[in-house]
Every structure is written in C-alpha cells, then in structure tokens.
Design a protein around this ligand. Structure first.
Ligand code: ADP
Ligand code: ASP
Ligand code: MG
Length: 408
C-alpha cells in the first residue's frame, strides 16, 4: 500500500492575488489531496496587501509602534485563508482555516520580527485526522500572553517550514511566481538559470543577502531541522529547486549566484571621538531597538576622531536615526548622516571556500562599469559590496556575465 505523505505547501502573495488565483491554488491543492496525501496549506496575504498596510501606517506616523504594527499587518493573511477554505469547499473538499494564534504558533514578543518559541501542533493534527485540509495564515503568531506578532517580512515561508518541522512533514513546498531558485533574480537577469538543487548554506547566504525568494529565517529553520524545501511555480507543474543538505552531486562551481538587496540604508556617525567604549554605546543603542546592523566600517582616526558607517534595513532607518542622534550627542560626535539610496550586491558560492581571486574579479567587474564601491564585506562563502542604488541592476547583470552563470 502507498504510504500517505504529509505535505506542507505555501503559496505566496502573488499566487493568491485575486479570486481567480485563489481558485487556481485550490485546484492545485485539490490535485495533491486527490493523491491521498495529507495537506497543510500556508498562505500569504493577497498580492501587495502587506506593502499597502505598511504604507498606510507610514501615512499616520514615520515610526509606528511595533505592537500596533503587528496588529495591523496580521489582518492581511486571514482574508486569504477564509477564501481558500471556501474555494476548497466549492471543489468538494473538507478544509478548515486557522489563524497563527489558532494553530498555536507561539512566539517571543519581538514585534514585527518575532521568533517562534514553539508550535502546539494538536489542533492541526486533529483536523488532519478528521480528513480536513488544514489552511493556515502565514507570517503571524502570538506570544504566551496572547499578544499578536508577525515573523518579519516574507515570514509565511517560515510559518510553512516551521509547521513542516513540527508535524514531521515529508516535504515543504514553496509555491511562488518564479519556477525555482535561479543564479540571479530572473526578473532582473533574463538569462539567469534555474538551479536544480542548492545547499542550505548557499540558500541561507543568498536569502540573507536579499534574494527574497525564500525568507532567510525559514532557511535557517529548514537547515536546523533538516526540512527538505522545494521551491516551485504556482502556475506550472515543472519541478523547481530542491534546497537540501550539501552533497557531492551538487555542481562544483565557485560562484553559484549573484544577489542584490535594495532594502538597505547606510548610516554614518561623523567625527566620533576615538576612545574605548564608544562603539559599544552606539551599537547597544541600536540593538535595544531590536534593529539588526549589517556591514560596519570604521575609518582610521585622525586627530582622535573617526567616522563610523553601517548598513541596516531601510524600514528601520527612521527609528535608528532617532536613537543615534541622541547617542551622537552623548558621546560628542559631530552628527548623523544617512543614505537610503544604496544597494548591496553579493556573489555567493560554497566553492569560494577553496578559491582565491573571486573578490578581485568582482571589484574589477564593478570598476569596468564605472560603479563606485562604498563598503565591502566578506564571509566564507560570499562577497558583498554596497553601491549606489541606481547601479544595482547593472551590477547584477555585469557580475552574472563575468562569472559566466548563464550558460553552463
Ligand atoms: P512570494 O510572494 O511567493 O513569497 P516573493 O516575491 O517573496 O514571492 O519571492 C519571489 C521573488 O523573488 C521572485 O519574483 C523574484 O523576483 C525574486 N528573486 C530574487 N532573487 C531570486 C533568485 N535568485 N531566484 C528566484 N527568484 C528570486
Ligand atoms: N504577507 C507577508 C509579507 O508580505 C508575509 C509573506 O508574504 O510571506 O511580508
Ligand atoms: Mg516571499
């Protein structure tokens, strides 16, 4: 007898953007259910709903209170779960929708970027046992005290992977508007190539460097619990990309992909007194706001003063600037400057561990295009440069070509 698999599927915003698309998702879900599989379906808010809610909040205030922001953002996904459950009923299937709190997605209280503490899978399991398709609102949860939280932008991916781990699912399928994970964003680089498989480590690096096809925390979670993730198209039946453990069957290339992140801002604190403890004060103030700082550069000091620059998510810049003005005054710095028009461009590949000259090739490619580099950082398997936002797409295309990623 064929074993009944448990499959978690996640459909992103563009895949559920209108009623017709939701009915399309219901038909795809129904196909899998007909195969005799047990199914949990995680969905995002319809289309650009979440962006719209963020914009609405910013029409009220530049630095919205994070708790109230979550209250607002968590209204998006419930619309989709109800409509998808109805669409499944219309096709003759048993289905039941659950919000994040209803499925017991328990998180910490870090509003707008909450971390999952535990998932009480009981309600989901009971519904599955009753033969129902379980439809879950992605992106949202609640604290032990019942405060509504969200899991960071793109967080429906994390909901799906976490549920797959909690329910010990056979696979977590991420359905989206591209056919899989490519060597670069296929919407920017037309000749980008679909990867058949990619390791958790490379995918994690790509995701944290801005390839939004998967949320980085979802990849972290998948790696930790060994959840196989299959990224594929909502609209085509073709196999997509399998994100899995590194193995010898993977392509042996130095650079796997080029990634860009346009959601960054650069902040500089000018003429900071160069003495012990100053950096600690600056970054403690930012960390207290729950803001994650990325690249940090401190210049050589002249006459006892130095400039300090770092990057952070653009959406956090207004809150960071407010506390930094205060810290700058306290430590006797000259002032704070910021630049929202920057992009981070990265090359990623596990082969970099054992190859030299990769960074040099990246810099010479950018210089050939006349692109100035503001900041550089490296990890074991990536090199990143901050450049002017307006050159972002040009840089990605030039690097994709320089590293010969298109036709192999
Ligand atoms: P969803 O709404 O389904 O969650 P997202 O917009 O979050 O979809 O992610 C899919 C998008 O990720 C694609 O439309 C594509 O523009 C972008 N993307 C960026 N880098 C890559 C890449 N390397 N491979 C595939 N897609 C990528
Ligand atoms: N709706 C949320 C967002 O746009 C979560 C998601 O789509 O994954 O960020
Ligand atoms: Mg997404």
């Amino acid at each position: 007898m064929r074993r009944m698999a448990l499959i978690v599927q996640k459909y992103g915003g563009s895949s559920v953007a209108d009623a017709e698309k939701i009915r399309n998702v219901a038909r795809r879900v129904a196909e899998t259910a007909k195969g005799g599989h047990r199914l949990v379906v995680v969905v995002s808010a319809m289309g650009k709903t979440t962006d719209g809610l963020v914009a609405l909040a910013h029409q009220i205030t530049p630095a919205p209170d994070p708790r109230e922001m979550d209250m607002l953002l968590a209204t998006g996904e419930p619309v989709t779960i109800a409509l998808l459950a109805m669409a499944l009923h219309a096709l003759g299937f048993k289905a039941r929708s659950f919000t994040g709190p209803q499925i017991n997605m328990v998180t910490d209280a870090a509003h707008t970027k909450a971390r999952i503490r535990r998932i009480g899978g009981e309600r989901g399991r009971a519904a599955l046992d009753a033969g129902e398709i379980v439809v879950v609102a992605g992106f949202q949860g609640a604290t032990e005290d019942g405060e509504i939280t969200t899991l960071g932008r793109g967080g429906s991916d994390l909901t799906a992977v976490a549920l797959a781990a909690a329910l010990d699912a056979d696979v977590c399928e991420i359905y989206t508007d591209v056919d899989g994970v490519y060597t670069a964003d296929p919407n920017v680089v037309p000749d980008a190539r679909k990867l058949e498989r990619i390791s958790y480590d490379e995918m994690l690096e790509m995701a944290s460097l801005g390839a939004k096809v998967l949320q980085s925390r979802s990849v972290e979670f998948a790696k930790k619990y060994g959840v196989p993730v299959h990224v594929r198209s909502s609209f085509k039946a073709d196999p997509g990309t399998l994100v899995t453990r590194e193995d010898s069957g993977m392509e042996e290339v130095v650079v796997t992909s080029v990634t860009h992140d346009r959601n960054q801002a650069k902040v500089s604190i000018m003429r900071v007194p160069d003495r012990p403890g100053v950096a600690a004060q600056v970054f403690a103030a930012v960390a207290d706001q729950n803001i994650v700082v990325d690249m940090i550069v401190q210049n050589i000091s002249r006459d006892g003063f130095t400039d300090m620059s770092f990057t952070l998510p653009r959406g956090d810049r207004a809150r960071a600037a407010a506390v930094l003005e205060e810290v700058a005054r306290r430590v006797g710095a000259e002032g704070v400057q910021h630049n929202d028009r920057v992009a981070k461009i990265s090359i990623v590949g596990v082969g970099m561990r054992s190859h030299s000259g990769v960074a040099a090739r990246m810099f010479s490619t950018l210089s050939r295009e006349g692109i100035n580099i503001h900041m550089i950082s490296t990890s074991e398997i990536a090199v990143s440069c901050v450049i002017d936002d307006k050159y972002g797409e040009l840089a990605v295309r030039a690097l994709h070509e320089a590293f010969e990623l298109a036709g192999r």
